[in-house]
Ligand binder design. Structure first.
Ligand SMILES: *[C@@H]1O[C@H](CO)[C@@H](O)[C@H](O)[C@H]1NC(C)=O
Ligand SMILES: *[C@@H]1O[C@H](CO)[C@@H](O)[C@H](O)[C@H]1NC(C)=O
Ligand SMILES: *[C@@H]1O[C@H](CO)[C@@H](O)[C@H](O)[C@H]1NC(C)=O
Ligand SMILES: *[C@@H]1O[C@H](CO)[C@@H](O)[C@H](O)[C@H]1NC(C)=O
Ligand SMILES: *[C@@H]1O[C@H](CO)[C@@H](O)[C@H](O)[C@H]1NC(C)=O
Length: 252
């Protein structure tokens, strides 16, 4: 038997490694032939959902939406034409690349969006695999509408994810985490005596509770959602001691 040279061995290992990669990527893209993307956005922002299977013109494009796993899909765009009977239709438009644009995102927009291409004379032949986008919406709310020094305030930061009610599963399987950070980007933790930080049992809501000080005027606290340690989107809450609060969003 001939001993394998280092080079041959390496080539073998490379084949193995290629096979591994191919196997892995077929797992990732889904055995069901669905191309999946996760998009994170803060409420109030505009978003564009990619249709990775689009044909050169969009008159074969259909966008369907689901918020619950077992509910019937709602047709948002049918063969390139926007449906006028959906709740969100005024905020929707089709991009030139057949992506779905949604303006002024609300906490009701989270869910699963599917882009399909229907061809043939009767438009009844589905071309290629579905492009599925999971849209996750980050939203911050406050226990207080009016705030001032000496009062305790609780800020709730919630990730709305498909399917409703199982955000926790997703957080585990997709490596998603929520954090509160201060102005310099340092994570606020339980060990910081000024803040009480707590999470819901499914980790989809993280709350910050603190008693406001005079020097908190203009202070910013930011809620971040990360996926595998990369910041996906964040919402900044700014303290205004004049008795009103403001908050603004920023996307990364
Ligand atoms: C969203 O889009 C609308 C219309 O194009 C624009 O007026 C608005 O400024 C955009 N909002 C953000 C947060 O980019
Ligand atoms: C779709 O659009 C292309 C290019 O604009 C056009 O040639 C074709 O006839 C259209 N098909 C239908 C069914 O409208
Ligand atoms: C965005 O939606 C919120 C309610 O979700 C509404 O109060 C606000 O006026 C909307 N903004 C724009 C620019 O339409
Ligand atoms: C952020 O937190 C770190 C650690 O607690 C602290 O050293 C830093 O001063 C804080 N920055 C602001 C702007 O509060
Ligand atoms: C926030 O903290 C204050 C002071 O510890 C406490 O009285 C209040 O109940 C807390 N609020 C929430 C919603 O946890």
């Amino acid at each position: 038997m001939k001993r394998k040279t280092g080079k041959e061995k390496m080539a073998d290992e490379c084949h193995l490694c290629l096979l591994g990669l191919i196997f892995l990527s077929s797992l990732l893209t889904g055995i069901s032939g669905v191309d999946e993307t996760h998009v994170f956005i803060s409420s109030g922002e505009n978003v564009s959902l990619p249709c990775n299977n689009a044909l050169p013109d969009c008159n074969s494009t259909t966008w369907n939406y689901n918020r619950f796993r077992d509910s019937a899909a709602v047709e948002l765009i049918a063969l390139g034409i926007k449906k006028k009977d959906t709740e969100s239709h005024e905020r929707l438009s089709l991009g030139s690349d057949c992506s779905l644009n949604i303006n002024n995102i609300t906490t009701e927009d989270y869910g699963s969006y599917i882009c399909q291409q229907w061809t043939g004379v009767n438009r009844n032949q589905k071309l290629g695999s579905d492009a599925r986008v999971y849209l996750h919406v980050l939203h911050v709310s406050s226990s207080q509408t009016e705030i001032s020094a000496g009062l305790s305030v609780t800020l709730f930061c919630q990730l709305y994810s498909y399917p409703r009610g199982s955000c926790g599963d997703l957080i585990r399987s997709e490596g998603i985490q929520l954090f509160w950070v201060n102005q310099t980007g340092v994570k606020l933790t339980r060990s910081d005596s000024r803040y009480q930080i707590s999470s819901s049992s499914d980790y989809c809501i993280i709350t910050l509770n603190t008693t406001l000080l005079n020097e908190d005027d203009n202070r910013e606290w930011r809620c971040e959602v990360t996926q595998r340690d990369q910041v996906k989107t964040s919402v900044t809450y700014t303290v205004k001691s004049s008795g009103e609060k403001t908050s603004h969003q920023s996307v990364c």
